[in-house]
Design a binder for this molecule. Sequence first.
Ligand SMILES: Cc1ncc(COP(=O)(O)O)c(C=O)c1O
Length: 387
Amino acid sequence: MKPLSKLTEGIHQSDIRSVTARVNAVNGINLGQGICDMPAPDSIKEGAKKAIDQDRSIYAPFGGADPLVDRIVEKVKTFNQTPIQGAENIMVTAGSTGAFATAAFALLNPGDEVIQFEPLYGYHSKLLELRGVKQISLALHSPSWEVDFHKLESLITPKTKAIVLTTPNNPCGKVWSRKELETLLSLLIKHDIYAITDEVYEYMTYDGREHISLASMDGAFERTITLSSFSKTFNMTGWRLGYASGPKEIIGKMGLLNDILYICAPTPLQHGLADGFATESRYYEQLLRDYDKKRTMMCSALESAGFDVPWPEGAYYVLASFRPMADQPGFSNDQTACSTLIDRVGIGSVPGGSFYSNPKDGKYLLRFCFAKKENELKEACRRLEGL
Ligand SMILES: Cc1ncc(COP(=O)(O)O)c(C=O)c1O
């Protein structure tokens, strides 16, 4: 038989999925995979049932079903405060992952250079690898995850086409401040570079921190594609609905690519979401209160267990260091520590090395996801405290 495509050669199952299989095998609690198991809002579920009953079953326009696009326009104008005009600046996608894929195809050519900040979200780098671009990384370090902008500028070459920025960040929880975004933007303008910003955790920022969209800043919109998602905000990762916003020339091309790759995101779910879209601020306030409480539970339990814990500024993950326990058996590196937690207390986490191009940068780190039902999280914390 002839070999499969060259593209498939470098693709392997991620650490996250293999940890899930091992945790399931011991009937443990999985704090590894970033899946929120809380229910989606009733109003959205009812909206989707109604749309199915009404046979809203045909392809939607590739930019998205009109009622949903209208709601997104309103949200992006008010929450993200980016200077969009209307529907021509929005594209509904199969999760923000679909948006990232079409953004990568719309902006990048094989051989272009793209700068990312580590620790990073692995799906970005895997997709960029498929696209054949050269990935350049700037590693940020615990506990401050501070950006060295001189170093960043030194990584820019004439081939640098874009940067990818995730704020709030998965896995480390960093929320980019206005000052950091301003400095970044000055480099983007100076060197004529695009930005793809992943803002899927935009409603989860703690201790009064503000989520700021890069595209809302003067001079940024024309060079920025902003990605967002309903997956995390409404606990509906499996519905596969997200969106991109940006300049209409880029969004138009992304729409055409969206059409070629999978035509459109699921129509009845788009209508359901539009019907039930929770715009009341109390939904988001409650969401934040719930996650803040879980963040405290998770971080406190890890500290009691002996980890060094940089409390996340946003999102729902903690990237904790077990360096203080590194001389204990079973904690010599991230892979063994991850196995030790599964074997001793049935807790799944993600080895830190998977978030860095040089796995040694994550040698003493494990990522824990606290988007879990409260009882399950309590039990996980109890087990970790008894480690
Ligand atoms: C930073 C980040 N971006 C994107 C996604 C995937 O989002 P979606 O379900 O909208 O494709 C995740 C999921 O964990 C994520 O952590």
